[in-house]
Design a protein around this ligand. Structure first.
Ligand SMILES: CC(C)(COP(=O)([O-])OP(=O)([O-])OC[C@H]1O[C@@H](n2cnc3c(N)ncnc32)[C@H](O)[C@@H]1OP(=O)([O-])[O-])[C@@H](O)C(=O)NCCC(=O)NCCSC(=O)C[C@@](C)(O)CC(=O)[O-]
Ligand SMILES: NC(=O)C1=CN([C@@H]2O[C@H](COP(=O)(O)OP(=O)(O)OC[C@H]3O[C@@H](n4cnc5c(N)ncnc54)[C@H](OP(=O)(O)O)[C@@H]3O)[C@@H](O)[C@H]2O)C=CC1
Length: 429
């Protein structure tokens, strides 16, 4: 039976963690080679991935532990440069698993392709004409990507809007088509772009206008994933604070974010602390996920929190998150980077829908980790203690000096590079 519980994993050496990982999953020798290699992304692969390559830029890959989602155990591969994120995700996942775990759901993976038409002689008539041809246009889009249809996906719906109809609009009128496309397990950008580009000549004929943009929307509001957790206050109790105090502090923190965009941005950055590392580790397009998530946070006309925290009738803390999640388990770079391939093995997800649900659960956990710290001792205690090692390295510490100086910085409650430099100089003398 697979587990994501490895108490004290963080006290092991990297070598011991790697050995444990290889007992958790069945990796091929080639995969193990990449895991243990100093060049996990070979330069010649990198040279095929992007342009003007001169090297690679490795990030630390950590494992988020303790995740129980819909009764299933998940070990989360997280690629990130920021200390305390992986620790915090694992910490809250441990609390949530003791409360029964996360429950999640996801919509079908319906993405949007947009077509912009300008210069129509009569925009209302053009809109009517497009809607009249809706079925034929959907069929044409599907004819451009039959393999997707064969998998059970493809174009499913089409909507049309006229933008800037008001006579005082400073922009010109335009007709915008939304083609709704189920991209199955792919993120779908290239698939969608192929499909909408194929429709352009027909759309020009129907509308008597000129088509300019034909591109996916990175706000796929019909491709949503949701996660929820319900935590009894006794599981939230921490040194010096009752569970009820922590619960109420988290709810007040949420209300702050829901009321103030300046706070919402930081609150949501904390959520993306959990989401981006798994999106990156799985070779997905994190700019697309970021853009969609922030758009969703502003969907009611004001930028707000991506999560909601409340108290139920039993006094439990209830956390919820809903985000568009344009990620794939195939296509793009998901199976190009050797470590992404390993990431899928570690995660053990069967579909893009399942991956999306895991990702939003990590985002919800990460948010609670930050809010719990902020509502109690403050972020510096846990975060800066772990950040002290990066501070020591930035000050020039190497080898065993790093931990020694990091500990001294924490003991002396002065975790800053200047102080660390003094300690390095003292150590070297
Ligand atoms: C750092 C902790 C987790 C310590 O918290 P703690 O109470 O010392 O943890 P613990 O010793 O009780 O351990 C509980 C579990 O946490 C994990 N854990 C515990 N320590 C480690 C570690 N070293 N390495 C890896 N995992 C660790 C581990 O899973 C462990 O379980 P065990 O394995 O023992 O069964 C806590 O203080 C915390 O969650 N702090 C918040 C950190 C945070 O949010 N960091 C994000 C960066 S700040 C930011 O960018 C966003 C922000 C804050 O601005 C967002 C916002 O404003 O909303
Ligand atoms: N604005 C944006 O966000 C943009 C992003 N991009 C980039 O596009 C890439 C993602 O595009 P995407 O179209 O997903 O990638 P691909 O172009 O790699 O297309 C996915 C391929 O996966 C194959 N496939 C295999 N199994 C499945 C399955 N179960 N479900 C669906 N497809 C399957 C399909 O091939 P077949 O059917 O032939 O077997 C399909 O061609 C990312 O790299 C992203 O960065 C590009 C342009 C714009």
């Amino acid at each position: 039976m697979k587990t994501s519980r490895f108490p004290g994993f963080y006290n092991m050496t990297v070598e011991e963690r790697r050995q444990l990982l290889t007992t958790m999953d069945t990796f091929t020798d080639e995969e193990k080679g990449y895991l243990f290699s100093n060049e996990p992304l070979p330069t010649d692969t990198a040279d095929k991935m992007i342009e003007n390559v001169v090297g690679t830029f490795p990030l630390p890959l950590g494992l988020g532990l303790n995740f129980l989602i819909n009764g299933n155990e998940y070990v989360i591969p997280m690629a990130i440069e920021e200390p305390s994120v992986v620790a915090s995700a694992s910490y809250i996942a441990k609390t949530v698993r003791n409360a029964g775990g996360f429950t999640t759901e996801a919509t079908d993976r319906v993405m949007i392709g947009q077509i912009q038409v300008v210069g129509c002689p009569d925009f209302k008539a053009a809109k009517e004409a497009v809607l009249k041809e809706k079925d034929a246009l959907i069929a044409d889009a599907n004819a451009a990507y039959p393999s997707l249809v064969a998998r059970g996906g493809g174009a499913e719906d089409l909507e049309v809007r006229v933008l800037n109809e008001e006579s005082d609009s400073k922009y010109g009128q335009m007709l915008i088509l939304h083609v709704y496309i189920n991209t199955c397990d792919a993120m779908g950008a290239n698939i969608i772009n192929t499909m909408v580009e194929s429709l352009a000549p027909t759309v020009e004929t129907i509308t008597e206008g000129k088509v300019y943009l034909r591109i996916l929307s990175n706000y796929p509001d019909r491709c949503l994933a949701r996660a929820r957790c319900v935590i009894p206050p006794e599981l939230l109790q921490t040194d010096g604070y009752t569970g009820e105090e922590v619960r109420d502090g988290v709810i007040h923190a949420y209300e702050f974010a829901a009321s103030d965009p300046y706070r919402a941005v930081t609150h949501n950055k904390g959520i993306m602390n959990g989401i981006d590392p798994i999106v990156i580790a799985t070779g997905n397009d994190w700019r697309a996920v970021e853009a969609g998530a922030h758009a969703h946070a502003a969907r009611f006309g004001k930028y707000s929190s991506m999560t909601e925290w409340s108290k139920d009738e039993g006094g439990n803390l209830v956390g919820e998150i809903e985000l568009p999640m344009s990620v794939g388990t195939v296509g793009g770079s998901t199976h190009v980077h050797p470590i992404s391939k390993l990431a899928y093995k570690i995660l053990d997800v069967d579909s893009a829908q399942e991956l999306a649900q895991v990702i939003v659960s990590v985002g919800l956990a990460q948010n609670l980790g930050a809010l719990k710290a902020l509502a109690t001792d403050g972020i510096q205690k846990g975060h800066m203690a772990l950040h002290s090692r990066s501070v020591a390295i930035a000050a020039g510490a190497t080898g065993e000096m790093i931990d020694i100086i990091a500990e001294r910085l924490v003991d002396e409650k002065e975790i800053r590079v200047g102080k660390a430099k003094e300690m390095v100089e003292e150590y070297i003398k």
